[in-house]
Design a protein around this ligand. Structure first.
Ligand SMILES: [Zn+2]
Length: 272
């Protein structure tokens, strides 16, 4: 895998190449599983979300219009699957039952061979990050997961969520600030957002990262950061928080879930 781009696989799959279709499905499975895990909060529902999304994808592959990105199309399908579970009353508050259980929810920070102390510290930060993301309201959580964990553009996230790009960004700024606040103490920083008399540098930085900060406001903020250590600390922890979101390795899909998805996909492919 990895030799062909998503677009190449997609083009081949649309021409009826079953191997290309299967490669595409396998490639997206951990991402859909992780999205399901964050949005539904348990392994069973996450497995169903991944399976339902991949089969919908396989079914609709010929109708896929190239004007949307593959990701935004797929997460739209996955989100619909999550919403169905929510309507069935299964959209329960997230319970992370097994942060430390191997395989159950095994995303690992992508650090190369850390020391045992470092691994323990990373696991602690990772668990806190998971908890902070899961504690967000669903409408904030899905924005942060799509944009900062799965790496969709704000425009693609807006397509998936059927809201405006401005609405995506305003939720994103609040979600990022909330997650940063939760994990800041573990990063050795103050959790307070804004010291009295200081600008809201966390929101300003988040807007800057989305390319939305007026250059003049940016210059004023930089001048403030040059003389205010607490605000520098707040900005630093936001950057580290986002780096952690992005370096979250794609999870290992638990073997039984992967096997069930594989069986369902193969059954579907053989029926065609
Ligand atoms: Zn300050």
């Amino acid at each position: 895998m990895g030799l062909q781009t998503d677009d190449e696989l997609l083009a081949a799959a649309r021409r009826g190449d079953a191997t290309a279709l299967e490669s595409l499905l396998v490639r997206y499975q951990p991402h859909l599983y992780r999205f399901g895990l964050r949005m539904c909060g348990n392994v069973d529902d996450a497995g169903e979300v991944a399976q339902e999304s991949l089969i919908s994808m396989a079914r609709a592959i010929r109708d896929f219009r190239g004007d949307a990105s593959v990701s935004s199309w797929l997460y739209t399908i996955a989100r619909r699957s999550c919403m169905k579970k929510r309507r069935r009353g299964k959209f329960a508050p997230v319970r992370e039952e097994s942060i430390d259980a191997p395989g159950a929810d095994a995303h690992r920070l992508a650090d190369a061979a850390p020391s045992p102390e470092q691994s323990a510290a990373n696991r602690e930060i990772e668990a806190a990050l998971t908890q902070a993301i899961d504690a967000l309201e669903p409408s904030y959580r899905e924005v942060l997961v799509l944009r900062d964990v799965e790496g969709l553009s704000a425009a693609d996230a807006a397509k998936v969520l059927k809201i405006s790009v401005d609405a995506v960004k305003s939720r994103l700024h609040r979600a990022r600030a909330a997650v940063r606040r939760e994990i800041a103490p573990l990063l050795g920083a103050d959790s307070a957002d804004t010291p009295r008399g200081c600008p809201d540098v966390v929101t300003l930085l988040s807007r800057h990262l989305e390319g939305d900060l007026d250059p003049q406001v940016c210059a004023t903020m930089e001048a403030h950061l040059a003389r205010c250590g607490r605000c520098r600390g707040a900005c630093d922890t936001l950057k580290r928080t986002l780096a952690l979101c992005r370096s979250w390795a794609t999870p290992q899909v638990p073997a039984p879930v992967a096997a069930s998805v594989r069986t369902a996909i193969q059954a579907f492919l053989s029926e065609r």
